[in-house]
Design a protein around this ligand. Structure first.
Ligand SMILES: [Zn+2]
Length: 133
């Protein structure tokens, strides 16, 4: 069976339609289902992967993504964002007494950040940021 990978604009429109209708969606799996259903009404052969959808949605202005994480192992700071693939920027956080410096890595495109002890993304919650557009 043939299938088609829908272009970015089609996905973004479908995400906005879904989000306007629901306000928020509690997981990436659910969002993928809803968007696939929406796109599938016009293009039954469209196939949507959760990875691509996540990378696209976390960069959309009208959607706020809350990233839930678990503690991972300690190690060197990551260079690439596990959520959206953008590069991470190293940030030094000085403690209030001016003592120890805590090294963190922050994504330049989305809300993900991590420290030496890795924050591993486990779940995403999506909210429509505003209704006025
Ligand atoms: Zn990111």
């Amino acid at each position: 069976m043939t299938y088609r990978i829908p272009p970015k604009g089609v996905l973004e429109r479908a995400v906005l339609t879904v989000m306007r209708r629901r306000g928020s969606v509690g997981s990436l799996g659910r969002l993928t289902e809803l968007v696939a259903h929406e796109v599938g009404r016009k293009d039954p052969q469209a196939r949507i992967g959760p990875e691509r959808l996540r990378r696209l949605v976390v960069r959309m202005d009208h959607v706020r993504t809350t990233i839930h994480t678990r503690r991972g192992e300690s190690g060197t700071l990551r260079k690439a964002c596990p959520v959206c693939g953008a590069s991470l920027e190293t940030v030094r956080n000085r403690t209030l007494d001016g003592g120890a410096v805590d090294l963190q890595a922050k994504c330049t495109e989305c809300d993900y950040w991590t420290g030496r002890e890795r924050r591993v993304p486990v779940r995403y919650v999506f909210h429509l940021r505003d209704w006025q557009f």
